[in-house]
Design a protein around this ligand. Structure first.
Ligand code: AMP
Length: 190
């Protein structure tokens, strides 16, 4: 069963592609952003804490993320999965790699969707009017983009270097369907 990780800056379209590819392969789509947004509905203390971090565009703590992902992967690891939005820090990637090693699992593909900041800005503004996410505005986007450059890009570069044969850079400025086709072709080839 396929195990895949999607990387890319906020608004690159990784969520859209992860959803499409998870249907295509019939594996779970684990979006940590979606999981956290669901937790916000609990309206408890944790939800309040998460809300203030997420609406500012900063990253939630590694402890919270690692425990969410570990509990979900325990159920999904044998059926395959697509991770979307995790790992975002080197600590998270160490935790994930340890977890996979201990459970005798490995990743089949890393897809890194690239896009420039101008294109991203236009997309995020469009999404903010469609989905009314309160982390979709220019100031917050700048913070989220900085988090991506300062933290997550180091993680994707680490895998690009370490796992170069299964790491694929994808042009995120293409049309959604074109991107999906490119990803499917890569999956079919191997
Ligand atoms: P996303 O929908 O993936 O853009 O995630 C929305 C927000 O959830 C992010 O801006 C972070 O505040 C939080 N988040 C999601 N995934 C992670 C992660 N792996 N580590 C830390 N924070 C995360």
């Amino acid at each position: 069963m396929k195990k895949i990780i999607f990387f890319g800056p906020p608004g690159a379209g990784k969520g859209t592609q992860a959803k499409k590819i998870s249907k295509y392969l019939n594996v779970s789509h684990l979006s940590t952003g979606d999981i956290l947004r669901k937790k916000l509905l609990d309206e408890d203390e944790l939800a309040n804490e998460l809300k203030s971090i997420m609406s500012s565009g900063n990253l939630v703590s590694d402890e919270i993320l690692n425990s969410i992902v570990a509990s979900r992967l325990k159920n999904e690891k044998d059926r395959g999965f697509i991770l979307d939005g995790y790992p975002r820090t080197l600590k998270q990637s160490e935790f994930l790699d340890d977890f996979l090693l201990q459970t005798s699992n490995s990743i089949n593909f890393y897809f890194n969707i690239n896009i420039n900041f101008e294109t991203l800005k236009n997309r995020i503004l469009k999404r903010s009017s469609e989905e009314s996410r309160d982390d979709d505005n220019i100031d917050v986007l700048q913070t989220r983009y900085n988090e991506y450059i300062n933290s997550t890009q180091k993680v994707s570069n680490f895998y690009k270097d370490k796992q170069s044969t299964i790491f694929f850079d994808i042009d995120g400025s293409l049309q959604i369907e074109e991107i999906t086709e490119k990803i499917k072709e890569i999956i079919k080839k191997s």
